[in-house]
Structure formats: C-alpha cells, structure tokens
Design a protein around this ligand. Sequence first.
Ligand SMILES: C[S@@+](CC[C@H](N)C(=O)[O-])C[C@H]1O[C@@H](n2cnc3c(N)ncnc32)[C@H](O)[C@@H]1O
Length: 270
Amino acid sequence: MSNHLFSEADHAELYQKYRPKWNAEFAEKVVAFVKEKRSSPLLRAVDIGCGSGQSSEILAPHFQHVLGIDVSEPQIAMASANNKLNNVEYRVAPAESIPVPDGSVDLVMCLQAAHFFDFEKFNAEMDRVLVPGGCLAVAGTIYDKFSQDELTRISHQFLHQGPIKDCWHERLDRYVFTEYRTLPMPYDGAVRDDSMSFEFDLTIPQYIDLVSTYSPYREFCRRNPEDNGAFLQNLQKSLYEATASTKPVEEVIVHATFPIFLLLVRKPEV
Ligand SMILES: C[S@@+](CC[C@H](N)C(=O)[O-])C[C@H]1O[C@@H](n2cnc3c(N)ncnc32)[C@H](O)[C@@H]1O
C-alpha cells in the first residue's frame, strides 16, 4: 500500500543509524501480557514491519524463535546484516501473507507499522497464524515533543505547517496522530498502555538526522529535488536560535520525549 515509503537502500541505512530502538522494558510488558494466559513455553514471535532491526531482537530472550518480516528488501538486508542472534531471522514478506504455518505464533508484534497494513487481510491473517490465546501487540510513537516548548512549536511548524504538510501519508493522520484509537483490531477487548516513552538527550544535528528518516520528509525530497537539504538546514538553524546557546550547534543538547502508545489484544482461546 505505502511500501515505496521505505524501499530505498539509503533510507534503510539512515533508519538503522538514527531510529529509536525499542527496549527490554517494552518487551517485558508485552511478554507479561502474553504469559497471563499461557503456561507453556513461548515458541514463536513475529515482528511485522520490522524495518532494519529496531525491535525484533528485544523478543529474542523470551521466544525460541523470532521472525522479523518487512516488505522492504533494503530494510531486511540491513536487519540481516546486523543480526548477531541465532534465534532471530529476517525475511521479506508482507503483513497480509505471513510465511508461517497456521496456529503457530504466540505473539505478533507491529511497531510503527500496523497503520500501513491492509486491515481486512491482516486481521484474517492474525486469525490464521496465532495459537488460541496468542496475542497481537501494536505500538507507535509520536515524535517531536521537546522539554523546551519553543522547540516543539518550531519542529511542529516545520513538519506540519510548512511545505511538508501535504507529504504526510493520510494513514499517519488517521491512525498515528490519534494514537491508534481508530486502528481496527482483529479481536475485542484490547488493553491500552500509555505509560512508556522514548526519552532522548540528543544534539540538534542528531535530531535533524532523525527527521531525515521520517517518511514525509522522504516524500518531500522526492517531490522537491531542488531543496537539496535546505529544509533541514533551516529547521536546524531555527531550533539552534531558539535555544539561545553560545555553544557550537553540534554541542547543544536538547531533551525530547516521544510518548509510546501500546495496544495488546488476545485471540480467544476457544
Ligand atoms: C515506520 S517503519 C517501522 C520500523 C520499525 N518497526 C520501527 O519501529 O522503527 C514501518 C515499516 O513497515 C514496513 N511495512 C509497511 N507496510 C507493510 C506491510 N504491508 N507488510 C510488512 N511490512 C510493511 C515498511 O517497509 C517499514 O519498514
């Protein structure tokens, strides 16, 4: 559907370098939900839309086998090249046709990805692949909340009111900015957890590197090749000026909080 958004090799490399990595605390919360109704050992998890390896490895201590799948070949190539774990495997495959047998998956996890799927086919696929009592965890995050309000205002102005405004995929507006409250789930009774966040101390150029991985920015570059980095330079300049720091820009550290929203749901046991 929006697969071209992540299909370029340099995008996969930027992703690997700059995207926030999901952590062990997040994995433990997800696994605790799975274990609420399971006494047998957890055999298989599938991380869908795994990107270049931001998340699948956090499941490795909890499952015998973890499969990370993504429709983007460059993302999977990058994830495989960096994989050091024997029980984690990466494959190119879509969320709507997962390469595993029926009733063989204890957990499907989709991080920053579920909003791109064909929901009808994906939800039918959940019913096919999950064991009875198996779980689906979908989570996302909204970037660009700084501890200094003026920085939040500036980044918001650049990313949502300027020339990039029209480059946001409509599904980001419809599902991510509503924190997945509108995301169709395959089963009733989804549990919501809004207690976690990514916390970052990063330099302004590091933040600019992160923005360079955003799909709307990539779309903006495709539509405006003559921009040639000017958008990011202007954003960096405005943020730097707002800090009123006398240090060189590479040394100015800002604090950002990216709230995480997590939905957990279980396939009925009978
Ligand atoms: C925003 S990235 C998220 C990557 C990673 N999970 C993370 O948290 O940073 C979304 C990923 O979903 C993948 N994707 C989009 N539609 C997909 C589909 N239908 N099936 C599998 N992967 C898909 C994209 O190729 C991309 O790598």
